[in-house]
Design a protein. Structure first.
Length: 474
């Protein structure tokens, strides 16, 4: 699919920096003290990464960052359009700000992200939420300084929602919420057009960052002390196909793996139709690439997979998993996504998903009841099964997966894993939480000085979704 992708020029970035300085001067004159900005993020890791860049730009514009909406002079909701529940939460939380805006008319309320890129949502905001000052889409995040300056100086509301195949903006400032565990986008957009998914319509076509730009940012992250770096894309397996010359995702992984330092590389999300044996072999050979494969299968029934436009069969999916297990053995951890109750799915077809769950042996699953998205082909299909019936199916699936997870956890008793210790645990006041290469959680007793280090930890007691352990005795 050939599309026109715009890479933001240095001149355009300089123009935005100039707007940023104007915002800084304007807010210094308008407010008695340094203004605070609150960025509220919904949805996936890509949204988190976008919010970190938004916060970076806001910091350069003179805002302090806060998690408290009350007292903030700028409140930005970065929205998600994947499921109806996420949209309802946004509407409810934005509506709750009406009284705050009436009492504080100098506050700027802004909405951005995937929801806003849908025309019917933007119209609803325009007509039903007149106190929202600024609405901007996924393709103009880099223009936040200009848009914010316009909102601050014009009496009219600002809506900037251009249709686009997408842009790539390098060099934006970023503030990582967790300095040791970070998200690093390597590509944006999606070309797959699964019939249930709105993402290609709101995020644009697939566009890969240049490998040199990714490597430069990756090296900076390692030098700053990052220990776990998650490479992000809607379909990382398609990385580099649009570059000239093309660069495969496997090649990028090998290149990053060769960088000196003590760190771990993770990635998501992988699409089964583009998952190659080369990628699996690369995972097995690269010592810094986590042996964790998040590979969504969505349904275990071939008719439903075809209706979803997923581009692979149950048999092909299992062949990939079996090859990965053959190369990585017990050290491999598999997780997946499942949609329950796709339009037209029967209970018998749903049972094919249940049987695949049993065969797969995933350590955990992300499961969802189908949520219709306006503008997608699936939203037009007959959907005769009630939500209540689909909820019963989901409960049945979760019961099966709970047994599978317990069985998978039990296999780890007595094993020792190299783990990244990322914070305080939940099993007791003196417990720390650590993550294995396979993305499993082990909690153990230890001092806080161990946080942000790698430790060898032996599993002493497997539980259902977490394990107890102790630091390996030398």
């Amino acid at each position: 699919m050939s599309v026109e992708i715009h890479k933001v020029t240095e001149a355009e970035l300089n123009e935005q920096r100039a707007y940023g300085e104007r915002v800084k001067a304007l807010t210094a004159d308008r407010y008695a003290s340094q203004p605070a900005a609150c960025v509220v993020t919904y949805g996936c890791q890509q949204n988190v990464a976008d919010s970190e860049r938004i916060q970076g730009m806001l910091s350069e514009m003179g805002y302090t960052l806060t998690e408290e909406r009350q007292g903030a002079k700028l409140i930005i909701f970065n929205t998600c359009a994947v499921r109806e529940h996420a949209e309802d939460r946004v509407f409810g939380n934005v509506g709750a700000l009406k009284k705050y805006k009436l009492k504080n008319p100098d506050v700027i309320i802004a909405l951005c992200g995937c929801m806003m890129q849908q025309k019917h949502i933007a119209e609803k905001i325009k007509n039903s939420f007149p106190f929202v000052d600024l609405v901007f889409g996924t393709h103009v995040v880099h223009r936040l300084p200009e848009l914010l300056y316009t909102a601050l100086t014009r009496r009219k509301r600002v809506f900037e929602l251009p249709d686009s195949d997408g842009v790539i903006a390098e060099g934006l400032p970023v503030i990582h919420k967790d300095g040791a565990r970070v998200f690093l986008p390597i590509m944006y957009g999606c070309n797959n057009f699964c019939t249930y998914c709105i993402v290609p319509y709101v995020r644009g076509r697939e566009r890969s960052r240049e490998a040199d730009d990714i490597e430069r940012e990756f090296r900076e992250l390692v030098a700053s002390g990052c220990k776990e770096i998650m490479l992000l894309g809607q379909n990382v397996n398609s990385y580099g196909k649009d570059l000239k010359p093309a660069v495969s995702f496997s090649e990028l992984l090998r290149r990053l793996n060769d960088i000196e330092g003590d760190f771990r590389i993770r990635f998501m999300t992988s699409h089964p139709k583009d998952c190659t044996k080369e990628l699996i072999e690369t995972m097995a050979r690269c010592d810094k690439v986590a042996e964790h494969l998040h590979l969504p299968f969505q349904s275990g029934n071939n008719r439903v997979l075809k209706a979803m436009n997923r581009g692979y069969s149950r048999e092909h999916y299992l062949s990939l998993i079996n090859y990965a297990k053959e190369l990585m053995g017990d050290s491999l951890s598999v997780t997946s996504d499942i949609i329950v109750g796709f339009p037209g799915e029967t209970y018998e077809e749903f049972l094919d998903t249940v049987s695949l769950v049993k065969e797969l042996g995933a350590s955990s699953l992300f499961t969802f009841i189908y949520s219709p998205r306006e503008g997608t082909p699936a939203a037009k299909l007959d959907d005769p099964v009630s939500y209540e019936e689909k909820s019963k199916w989901l409960r049945e699936l979760l019961e099966v997966q709970e047994k599978v997870s317990a069985e998978q956890m039990a296999l780890n008793k007595g094993k020792t894993f190299k783990c990244y210790v990322y914070g305080k645990g939940k099993l007791g006041d003196n417990y720390l939480a650590a993550r294995t290469d396979g993305n499993l959680i082990i909690e153990f007793e230890g001092g806080e000085r161990l946080i942000d280090t790698f430790q060898d930890i032996t599993v002493t007691e497997p539980l259902t979704y977490v394990m107890k352990g102790e630091i390996k005795k030398l």
